[in-house]
Design a protein around this ligand. Structure first.
Ligand code: SF4
Ligand code: SF4
Length: 484
């Protein structure tokens, strides 16, 4: 084809063929979002289910009960952020003691590493608040709406009177429980008895906000989000694979024994017919709170709760097959057909011994440091308004402000003194009384004979000694200025 314009005459032109986008093939499309299917977990009884409930009781008795216990005249455990003091049983910690909180967090993290290396997701399945509250919310749900099939039927049916009252009752119970949880949580930061009074009289806007906030978080996470928190929000599920190895205890399906799976009656000789022990009843899937099939192998969604073990063991009992088709074991044990003694021996492997050693050393250091911790603390601040002055008697005086903290549970009297320069004396009060777990600020005046020290700044020390034996002693550095 040639161009007809005079300039381009004789030049070839490219023919433009319009491209019509092909119709997308729906079977080839991959959705970027898939809404989660609701998990209707079936309840089951057994060793692991029992242990889960024992852990629910233990953790919740501690959580709900602890803020109501008293130690002397105060709450036994209170993180009083307003007063910047933490009360832990007989201990009173100040912001200066933040190192202990850091130490405690490191010990918790190391313990998690250790337990994960040995026993997989023990924490997730039995003690994590998400697991524990989900278990409680699911229990309330099953008590009101019935077990798995009844709940599925109720959700599928239209809005009948039965559905309205069951759903309403469940919501009321969930909300009451969530609010009580929020109230208890805030009770660790505000004295819980005062908090109760404030809420009843609708005082304390921040307290009300935090009770509602934490209550709403509990309601949403345990009532609706459930396994999705573990799957999509919890970072621990993601980085735990770095802590796993082939000797870590995990919930495993014994593929070699179970496959090929097939339904059958109890009477047939399944081995003679080439069948494995799995009867493909899917009970292990129905009881799983995260809705996975453990027969597909280790999955990051598995929280290690062991409910599929209980389910499968109950089936094995009915079929009169040996228990343990699904069991808590290690990848090495399944692959190499190890006996229990060999599995136990592998617990004490180098990684576990290193974690244990570091954890032990840190715990000892922390306990020793707490035992030797000073029960009196002092902060010295120079009085900037009056750096140095000559006072009556021809003495040179510097003024300071001392913050004396009594970290014991009793009122203490302290003797104050100072040293560090020839002729240095404390010209202000030499004894001071500080209430239990209180801080008292006092003005302190240090004097030296005029001319007894060269001009410049000199280091001096304040000594604070409790009059009661063993109630603490502290020394704090300060600067004494001598003008030219
Ligand atoms: S697969 Fe088994 S152990 Fe894992 S979450 Fe489901 S029921 Fe619990
Ligand atoms: S419960 Fe046991 S027998 Fe039933 S499907 Fe699961 S693994 Fe197979």
């Amino acid at each position: 084809m040639k161009s007809d314009s005079g300039k381009d005459a004789g030049k070839p032109v490219r023919k433009v063929i319009p491209i019509t986008p092909a119709e997308p093939d729906p079977s080839q499309m991959v959705a970027m979002f898939e809404s989660e299917k609701k998990v209707y977990a079936r309840s089951i009884s057994g060793v692991f289910a029992r242990w889960r409930w024992i852990m629910v009781f233990l953790t919740q008795i501690v959580f709900y009960g602890l803020p109501w216990l008293e130690w002397g005249q105060r709450q036994m455990v209170l993180f009083d952020l307003g007063a910047r003091r933490f009360y832990l049983f007989g201990l009173v910690l100040y912001p200066q003691d933040f190192i202990y909180l850091t130490g405690l967090l490191i010990i918790c993290a190391l313990s998690l590493f250790l337990f994960t290396a040995v026993a997989g997701r023990l924490w997730c399945g039995f003690s994590c608040p998400q697991t524990v509250y989900t278990e409680i919310f699911m229990w309330i749900e099953s008590k009101v709406e019935g077990d798995r099939s009844a709940r599925m039927r109720l959700d599928k049916n239209g809005w009948t009177f039965e559905k309205v009252w069951k759903k309403s009752l469940k919501q009321v119970l969930w909300i009451v429980f969530a609010l009580w949880t929020g109230f208890t949580f805030v009770g660790y930061f505000v004295p819980i008895r005062e908090l109760g009074g404030e809420l009843l009289t609708l005082q304390g806007n921040w307290q009300i906000f935090w009770v509602l906030f934490y209550g709403f978080a509990t309601y949403g996470n345990a009532g609706y989000m459930r396994e999705q928190v573990c799957k999509y929000m919890c970072p621990y599920a993601r980085f735990q694979s770095a802590m796993f190895d082939k000797d870590t205890m995990i919930v495993s399906y014994d593929t070699g024994r179970g496959e090929p799976r097939a339904p059958r009656t109890k009477k047939i000789d399944h081995k003679a017919q080439g069948m494995g022990d799995c009867i493909d009843c899917k009970l292990c899937v129905q009881v799983c709170p995260v809705g996975i099939d453990i027969r597909n192998g280790l999955q990051y969604e598995c929280i290690g709760c062991g409910l599929c073990i209980d389910a499968c063991d109950s089936i094995m009992d009915k079929m009169e097959y040996p228990r343990g088709l699904i069991r808590l074991t290690t990848q090495n044990a399944v692959a190499k057909l190890w006996q229990r003694a060999q599995v136990i021996r592998r617990i004490f492997r180098p990684r576990v011994l290193i974690y244990s050693g570091v954890l032990l050393a840190l715990s000892i250091a922390m306990i020793a440091s707490l035992a030797l911790r000073q029960t009196v603390k002092v902060d010295v601040i120079r009085d900037r308004a009056s750096l140095s002055r000559i006072v009556a008697g021809g003495k040179l005086e510097n003024v300071y402000r001392l913050q004396i903290m009594n970290a014991t549970e009793h009122t203490q009297r302290y003797r104050l003194s100072a040293h560090g320069l020839p002729g240095l004396e404390l010209a202000s009060e030499t004894e001071v009384e500080v209430g239990p777990a209180e801080t008292r600020g006092i003005a302190a005046r240090l004097q030296i004979p005029y001319g007894s020290a060269e001009s410049g700044s000199h280091t001096v020390y304040f000594d604070i000694d409790a009059l009661q034996a063993g109630a603490g002693r502290a020394t704090e550095k300060a600067v004494f200025l001598v003008p030219r």
